[in-house]
Design a protein around this ligand. Structure first.
Ligand SMILES: Nc1ncnc2c1ncn2[C@@H]1O[C@H](COP(=O)(O)OP(=O)(O)OP(=O)(O)O)[C@@H](O)[C@H]1O
Ligand SMILES: [Mg+2]
Length: 110
């Protein structure tokens, strides 16, 4: 399953939602990959500060234009993929008609 957490505005809770979903799935035993394609890549900071004894969540930062290609390759390796990005023309993230957004089975917000 691929989940996309997307919003056009900054500071709307994307990182909070994505890291909480990743934690929930990991605690339930899933092999989770969190891809942060937001320019700040704060999910990488979150992972750095996460205590080592908690269930593992893999986190990678990727430039948004490469997301659709990478997700196609990674989706066979993980049970859950959460991709996180700010959708705005300014940072050239994919439009909803293209790439990882289209491939996602669920979007948040719907
Ligand atoms: N449901 C919530 N209720 C109250 N505060 C929240 C909630 N979700 C997130 N926040 C707070 O709102 C702020 C912004 O959240 P977050 O960093 O997750 O947003 P973001 O969309 O990832 O921001 P950015 O665009 O800067 O990456 C943080 O201080 C976070 O703690
Ligand atoms: Mg963020």
């Amino acid at each position: 399953m691929i989940l996309a957490v997307v919003n056009q505005k900054g500071g709307t809770g994307k990182t909070t939602v994505a890291t909480n979903l990743a934690t929930l799935f990991a605690r339930n035993g899933a092999d989770v990959l969190l891809i942060d394609a937001d320019p700040q890549q704060s999910a990488l900071d979150w992972q750095r500060d996460r205590p080592a004894h908690l269930p593992a969540v893999s986190v990678i930062g990727l430039p948004a234009p490469n997301l659709h290609r990478e997700i196609a390759r990674l989706k066979t390796k993980y049970e859950r993929i959460i991709s996180l990005f700010l959708r705005s023309p300014a940072n050239r993230t994919p439009s909803p008609r293209r790439g990882s957004f289209k491939k996602s089975s669920k979007k948040w917000p719907p």
